[in-house]
Design a binder for this molecule. Structure first.
Ligand code: COA
Length: 153
């Protein structure tokens, strides 16, 4: 089965994304107001993936100058390992490059093995750590990659 394609997020997606975000990130989850800002605010680009009527994945970037910050990429647990985050990241990288960014940066918890494996598979490399960055006391790993894959050879 072909994975559903990401589409640009709109203000109508705020409630569904907020519910999923709080489910996935608990105390670090965004409020409805924060989600509205992330989906529609300045410099943001955001996408969702749907399965039927439900939002099952989303990604948000904030691009300023030559750097794009990947604010979030997340997929509902029952839709993981089906390439949805890969598809979301691909549109985010492509848009960031089109907006003039050469690099993408993000922070992820050092305890988040699944996300670290995903980003590693997608070509991100650790550039820094931020001690006790998250509310649960875990460190953030700062990861980076170029918006275009490196040329072979
Ligand atoms: C990280 C996350 C977004 C990955 O979403 P996903 O849709 O399952 O990822 P994909 O199916 O596109 O995975 C692409 C590749 O990444 C790697 N990968 C993804 N999740 C992995 C995991 N849990 N363990 C090991 N490798 C993983 C694999 O190489 C995978 O390819 P494969 O399935 O063919 O082996 C998802 O697990 C998630 O939502 N986690 C909670 C939210 C989160 O922590 N987001 C990141 C911080 S904002």
């Amino acid at each position: 089965m072909t994975a559903p394609a990401p589409r640009p997020a709109t203000a109508d997606d705020v409630a569904a994304v907020a519910e999923l975000d709080r489910h996935l990130f608990g105390p670090d989850g965004w409020t409805d107001g924060q989600v509205a800002e992330e989906l529609t605010g300045p410099h943001r680009a955001a996408w969702v993936v749907e399965a039927g009527p439900a939002v099952v994945g989303y990604a948000v970037t904030r691009t300023v100058g030559d750097v794009s910050d990947l604010q979030r990429i997340a997929v509902r647990p029952d839709h993981r390992r089906a390439g949805l985050a890969h598809a979301l990241l691909a549109v985010a990288l492509s848009r960031a490059a089109a907006d003039g960014a050469g690099r993408v940066l993000l922070e992820v918890s050092a305890d988040n093995d699944g996300a670290l494996a995903f980003y590693g598979a997608e070509g991100f490399a650790e550039i820094d750590r931020r001690r006790r960055y998250y509310r649960d006391g875990s460190d953030a790993v700062v990861l980076a990659r170029d918006t275009a894959p490196p040329l072979l050879g």
